[in-house]
Design a protein around this ligand. Structure first.
Ligand code: CA2
Length: 148
């Protein structure tokens, strides 16, 4: 039985995972990442809603639409991390606790990737641990939800 629902959002271009730039993003695909998370979620008794979009407004919409059913969000907003006040406002507007995730270590990369519109509102930020960062984030979301 699932006690908690967690929304997992992957932003623009993350549908390309595993097809290009393996030296930066590894060789897992989005489907294998989602499978890995589903397996961990099952162990924890969590239900996941997976959502990937290349469109900013669609990401705002899913945050609003699921506001009454999810308890937590894991978000890799991709490039929107560095540009989107709208996604920040949506997460804050529905008062959804979230972890921000990045597969690569954004601080080792171009300067424009060093700023995030989400980090100061996130409960935690995980960068540079590859796709395993999502699994770590899910375990910690469970810890947060069961200890708050
Ligand atoms: O490191 C991350 O997870 C990022 O959020 C990924 C974004 C990037 O804009 C952020 O600065 C950091 C880009 C996602 C692109 O993903 C691809 C994966 C494979 C092949 C091509 C793109």
């Amino acid at each position: 039985m699932s006690f908690y629902k967690v929304l997992v959002i992957n932003g623009p271009n993350l549908n390309l995972l595993g097809t290009r730039e393996p030296e930066i993003y590894g060789s897992d695909t989005l489907a294998s990442l989602q499978e890995m998370l589903d397996k961990k979620a099952k162990e924890l008794g969590i239900e996941l809603i997976h959502f990937q979009s290349n469109h900013e407004g669609d990401i705002v919409d899913i945050i609003q639409k699921t506001r009454n059913e999810v308890s937590f969000c894991l978000i890799n907003a991709g490039a929107y991390t560095h540009t989107s006040v709208a996604i920040r406002d949506a997460l804050c507007g529905v008062d959804l606790p979230f972890y921000e995730i990045h597969i690569s270590n954004v601080h080792k990369r171009e300067e424009f990737r060093h700023h995030s519109f989400l980090s100061d509102k996130a409960l935690g930020v995980i960068v540079g641990f590859g796709v395993r960062g999502y699994v770590y984030a899910l375990e910690n979301a469970y810890y947060y939800l069961t200890n708050k």
